[in-house]
Design a binder for this molecule. Sequence first.
Ligand code: HEC
Ligand code: HEC
Length: 375
Amino acid sequence: MNEVQKKEYKEKYLRAKRNGEKFFPDSLFRDMAVMFAIFLLLVGLAAFAGVPMEPRADPSDSAYIPRPEWYFLFLFQFLKFFPGSLEWVGTTIVPALAVLALLFLPFFDRNPARFWTKRKLAIPFMSVIVAGMVVLTVWAAITTPPQPESTQVATTLSARIDAGQNLYSVNCAECHGPDGEGGVIQGVKGLDGYKMKPINSQDEMYTRTDNTLNNIISYGQQNLGMPPFSKAYGGELSSDDISNIVTFMRYTWDNRVEKPKNVAQAGGIPVLGPNEIPNYDTNIAPIVTRYCVSCHRPGHENNNYMMGSYNDIMNTGDHKPNVVPGDLNSNLIRMLHRETINAGGPMPPTKALSPDLINIFERWVKAGAPEKASK
Ligand code: HEC
Ligand code: HEC
């Protein structure tokens, strides 16, 4: 800046100081420019950063701890000091006093100085408040951390069908069969020998709306032996989970509804090429989830054989090891072939797996039962 410019600037500044600044156009123009910049910033954030989806609100989930956005955490923490019937003190009285104090501050503090070191009352007063807000915010962040998301949010149709398939396999297959086909129940406490009608029939699908299915799963059919699944009735599934199961049932079993092309594979079991070596992660886990885990998990009758992970499959069970790498006489293989051995009867009890699936198990055991794909 040269001398002339400096002088001009100084004069302009003095003039403005003397006469004030016009609202129109000076102030207004500056406000508009800043508003426009913020607008562009917001549009940019919305387009490129976005907001992550959270699970849908679930009124039946009493374990959920509501937690405000970070800028309200200090109030959230503050409210914790006023439990139960004292809540109104924290929500109404204290904030009202704070606002009143701010309102009357100019009457107590008549100091005309503007430089901060000279404002002996206002600055310390505000500093204490800001420091308190920071402390409360950090405190809240530590004592009430964000909850881990219980379920991944499935948003696309194929993701929902997929999620529904897995939930069905784990929660329903032990009684209704892996494909809803029913049959004589075996290995389920209290229902052994019960002849289950199919729930995958057109009869069932045509006469039950999504809403009805939703209710049946939520409340169960307790007089007949089906437990409730909704968290609201003591089960373990959220309303999102239940609606994913209904979506899976509808798109898989109802012949009036066509699965969109891109979900034909949803919930599918990967096909194995003729020379490929199957491994647990890619090939075995999806079959086990679909056909075995509903009985082979804690709390179910299964000779203590857990099938939720590679380690469990290799190392648990009253007759372990049930999988001996390289040995086609392993319990698991013999039972898949519907033999009855000292470890128990054919597996799965009601209906044989298809030969292709049994073949995948055999090739896996023969190859040494690898956990992961070899490179
Ligand atoms: C412990 C066994 C058991 C489990 C687990 C179970 N059900 Fe059931 N379910 C039953 C019984 C028993 C009935 C009554 C069947 C009958 O009427 O023959 C039934 C009936 C049904 C019906 C038919 C109701 C009607 O009015 O037509 C549907 C649909 C159904 N269950 C869906 C499910 C789904 C989905 C799951 C998993 C979330 C599930 N069930 C889990 C035992 C079970
Ligand atoms: C409907 C419930 C049910 C399903 C589904 C099921 N099992 Fe079982 N499984 C049992 C029960 C019950 C036993 C205890 C033995 C018996 O009663 O025959 C058992 C025992 C076993 C054992 C012997 C464990 C030991 O150490 O004694 C193996 C191996 C086994 N199952 C494999 C499988 C495989 C593999 C699948 C899936 C393809 C499967 N099971 C699906 C109920 C089930």
